[in-house]
Design a protein around this ligand. Structure first.
Ligand code: EPZ
Length: 430
């Protein structure tokens, strides 16, 4: 529940990157030793993946709130908790990791946010090229390397895909020979995965460019690694500060990862000052309209499209938002309309008539980033907004309500659904 009309002021600390963590936890499965991962975000997606690894025989221990020790020395291939796998998109990384470690894999078709068709044909293309047969039946994905090992290959991705790039890197790490991935995605979390694997003994070059080279190694040893800060969590607080006209210092960020978000916010008249590991965002008294198109990194991130749309509802003028990555990522616009937003959607283009005072209303969080957008709209609106299904938000934002409260937002969780009440942490905090 959010009582709108508050401006955000103060400082907020950004947690570790969700989309790095959800690939690096499966990557730990390939390590024949103990990994200590720092800056691990406390979110339900990472909790679910840690549970899956635990069911595969990994020993998991939190050394403190954001440092987890994962020991996969004695893991073995067995049935994993498929009910959990179905809930998250990142479960497909277990294909690459299991193939790398065991030579075969069984996972479910991936779940995750529902905004249009999200095929995995590029993942399958990569695994086939490395010598694995993929079979999909009754909701499961079966992967088998033909002779027990994967072999390096040259793979051209027909579409720039974060998931396919990361999954192929995972599978290629312990393959025999050299793999070259062309037309690879360049997101910061891909670089983070490569850096993690290299610190455990892998040989991966070029991550962050459109050509990634992997020289297969025989095994990965243990070690420790710290995740990068979450680019999208940081961007969400930047947009929230700008939309509410506040002034917020966002700490523990890598400004270079936020360059496109900072640039688009400056176009609205927002002041964005960069420091070594922080950005200061000062909202303008009146926000200007902008046009924005989402693209793979280093373009404007698609995951920032819903939060930015919420901001443009309260900016002056007509903005055009083009979704360049997914074919249907505007479902949440209906929820914004319940608050008085005037947005026309035609396929991948939304035209936002800004300058309206939004009014609080009961709305749904359609998915993770849409949920964050509804909270931002609620903070800007007059009156009270109730956002249903905040479990989506908890998938990717650590302590979202607590962090917003510390910035002065009038927001609280009003209904703890039955299945969440008293949920025991999957791993004991030492
Ligand atoms: C990752 O999803 C992120 N999820 C998404 O973040 C993010 O929106 C997306 O990358 C783009 O940055 C995780 O990292 C867990 P893609 P992913 O493969 O890997 C098409 C969030 O809010 N495609 O880069 O699934 C696909 O349909 C989530 O944190 C194929 O056609 O994204 C999409 O149109 C939401 N075939 C485009 O490519 C494939 O085999 C980009 O998808 C794979 C993808």
């Amino acid at each position: 529940m959010i009582n709108g009309g508050t401006t955000l002021h103060g400082e907020v600390e950004i947690s570790g990157a969700k989309n790095a963590a959800v690939a690096i936890i499966p990557a730990a499965l390939m390590v024949d030793g103990v990994c200590v991962i720092e800056n691990m975000p406390q979110i339900s997606d990472t909790e679910m993946l840690l549970t899956i690894l635990k069911e595969l025989g990994a020993k998991i221990r939190y050394l403190n709130r954001s440092t987890v020790e994962i020991d996969c020395t004695d893991v073995w291939m067995q049935d994993a908790p498929y009910d959990l796998m179905r809930k998250i998109r990142a479960s497909y990384y277990l294909i690459g990791a299991m193939l790398g470690r065991f030579g075969h894999a069984k996972t479910t078709m991936p779940g995750g946010c529902n905004f249009g068709v999200r095929p995995i044909d590029q993942h399958i293309k990569g695994m086939n090229a490395l010598g694995a047969d993929i079979d999909i039946k009754s909701g499961f994905i079966y992967a088998d390397s033909r002779d027990g090992k994967l072999h390096g290959a040259r793979i051209y991705l027909d579409k720039v895909s974060v998931g396919a790039t990361m999954n192929i890197i995972l599978a290629a790490t312990l393959a025999q020979g050299r793999t070259i991935i062309e037309n690879a995605a360049r997101e910061p979390h891909i670089v983070d995965l490569a850096n993690f694997l290299n610190s455990m003994g892998a040989d991966i070059r070029g991550a962050g460019t459109d050509t990634v080279k992997v020289n297969g190694v025989d095994r990965l040893h243990g070690g420790s690694y710290a995740l990068i800060p979450d680019q999208i969590e940081a961007g969400t607080y930047m947009v929230a500060a700008a939309a509410t006209g506040g002034e917020v210092l966002i700490k523990n960020v890598i400004p270079r990862h936020l360059e496109c978000i900072s640039a688009k916010l400056r176009e609205t008249g927002t002041i964005v000052q960069e420091y070594g590991d922080a950005v200061l965002v000062k909202g303008a008294s009146a926000l200007r309209k902008i046009n924005v198109k989402t693209l793979p990194y280093p373009g404007f991130p698609t995951d920032m499209q819903p939060p930015m749309c919420a901001l443009l509802c309260v900016a002056n003028g007509t903005s055009v938002v083009t979704e360049g990555v997914y074919d249907n990522r505007f479902k949440y616009v209906n929820e914004l309309r319940k608050m008085g937003a005037e947005i026309q959607v035609d396929g991948r283009v939304a035209v936002v008539e800004g300058g309206k005072r939004l009014s609080g209303a009961p709305v749904m969080a359609c998915d993770l980033r849409a949920g964050a957008a509804m909270v931002i709209a609620g903070m800007c609106a007059a009156g009270t907004t109730v956002v249903e299904d905040v479990r989506f938000i908890e998938r990717g934002y650590e302590n979202f309500v607590g962090k917003l409260n510390s910035l002065g937002a009038d927001i609280r969780i009003v209904d703890e659904p039955e299945e969440r009440r008293g949920r025991e942490k999957i791993v004991s905090i030492v």
